[in-house]
Design a binder for this molecule. Structure first.
Ligand code: GLN
Length: 409
């Protein structure tokens, strides 16, 4: 069963998702900075950001349902990709219309500036990004699983490779879009960041559109992700007892991983605050920007994913590979070890003392070991347990745990 290598389709999905995540994380890296520079107070900006992130991970439920029932994965991905490209384009327009709200000379709010149009474009942009992600995100993940026979042992490794694609994008997006960071005197500069995100999204959709027919097929050579057939639709009515049990397992695991995402997503909030206020960011006389810390987890994923794959592979050879559910628990354990480390680091810290950045780097390193044990394996598990005709909806349930985790923040 354990054939060597992976189907070529995996690499098409890898590249498609890499470009999409480049776009997503690139936009995300500058989004709050943009809002604060010209449009909103920090408090409102954080709130909008929270709603955006929560909703972006909620709509996959809808996108998954529509794909399983009507459209199939392929069409959903293309529609979602186009909606997101349009969303990024509206962000670009927003930052093209924006005017500095502060007068340079006096440093005062300029009452004559009206950024209403920029706000409308931004809200429209967010709407299309949220909707588009719903169609794109669950379906691309489902397709990874469909490349393999349901019981194929390569699935965990396939999802780990796919996850590397996600994080190559998540590393490069912020580094590229971040070049075009503006500020309150020059908020228009952000438009180039959004344009980069828009171009990456168009590229992702185009690559997928052009190559899908050539590479996306199952182990028997049948096209995957096409419209659900009538027969499959009628099968939908009867779930076997075993299928029902599997669905319950997915719900239980999704409920547990909410804790992982809630703590993990602190990277953008409290851990950034920690990086800013309580971490000495000097390396050989150079002060590293606070925001650079946010690319650490993605970089670690890329570096550590092959290592983790090797660990599972070696354990498998010796017959000791943990079960997928066990890997979720290991992921949660790493998460708490990471926080224990940082708690130890700040234990006796006075208010004006800064700790070495090795603490935060260590935290992200340990969290990434947890992430790699939990997130790609979780996708793989959902793929293995889902009844075929509900696979994308079940992926939506998995992502919903991130949406719910935002309600805790
Ligand atoms: N970092 C991963 C991604 O961007 C996982 C996100 C999630 O499941 N919350 O796809």
């Amino acid at each position: 069963m354990a054939k060597e290598g992976h189907p070529k389709g995996l690499y098409l999905l890898f590249v498609t998702e890499m470009a999409e995540r480049f776009s997503y994380y690139g936009m995300r890296a500058v989004f709050t900075l943009y809002m604060v520079a010209a449009l909103f107070t920090m408090e409102s900006a954080s709130e909008i950001y929270g709603y955006y992130t929560g909703l972006v991970y909620l709509t996959p439920l809808l996108g998954g349902y529509i794909a399983d029932r009507y459209w199939g994965n392929r069409r959903s991905i293309i529609v979602g990709g186009m909606l997101m490209a349009f969303g990024q384009f509206l962000m670009f327009l927003s930052a093209s219309f924006v005017q500095p709200a502060i007068k340079e000379a006096e440093g005062m709010i300029d009452p004559t500036v009206n950024n209403q149009l920029a706000i409308i474009c931004m809200m429209g942009g967010l709407f299309f990004l949220i909707l588009g992600n719903g169609f794109f995100k669950p379906n691309i993940s489902t397709m990874v699983g469909s490349l393999y026979r349901p019981d194929d042992q390569r699935k965990d490794s396939a999802f780990t490779i796919f996850y590397m694609g996600i994080n190559v994008g998540a590393t490069l997006g912020p580094l590229t879009c971040g070049i075009f960071e503006g500020d309150y005197l020059n908020p228009m500069r952000f438009k180039w960041a959004f344009l980069c995100a828009c171009i990456a999204m168009l590229a992702s959709t185009l690559i997928f559109y052009l190559l899908k027919n050539k590479y996306l097929m199952d182990y028997e050579g049948n096209a995957i992700g096409t419209k659900p057939k009538l027969q499959e639709k009628t099968e939908r009515q009867q779930l076997t007892r075993k299928e029902k049990q599997h669905i319950v397992v997915i719900f239980i695991i999704a409920a547990f991983v909410i804790f992982f995402w809630a703590a993990y997503e602190q990277a953008g909030v409290s851990l950034t605050y920690f990086a800013d206020q309580q971490t000495d960011r000097h390396i050989f006389g150079w002060e590293m920007p606070t925001s650079y810390f946010q690319s650490f987890p993605a970089i670690f994923v890329v570096l550590l994913a092959p290592f983790m794959n090797l660990v599972w592979e070696v354990l498998r050879r010796f017959g000791h590979e943990p079960s997928s559910v066990m890997k979720q628990a290991i992921g949660l354990a790493f998460l708490s070890i990471g926080y224990m480390l940082i708690a130890f680091g700040v234990k006796d810290l006075g208010p004006n003392v800064k700790v070495s950045m090795l603490w935060l780097t260590g935290l992200y390193f340990i969290h990434t070991l947890g992430e790699l044990s939990l997130s790609p394996i979780g996708l793989s598990l959902v793929s293995k347990l889902s009844p075929k005709h509900l696979a994308s909806l079940m992926m939506g349930i998995w992502f919903m745990s991130t949406a719910i985790s935002w309600q805790d923040n």
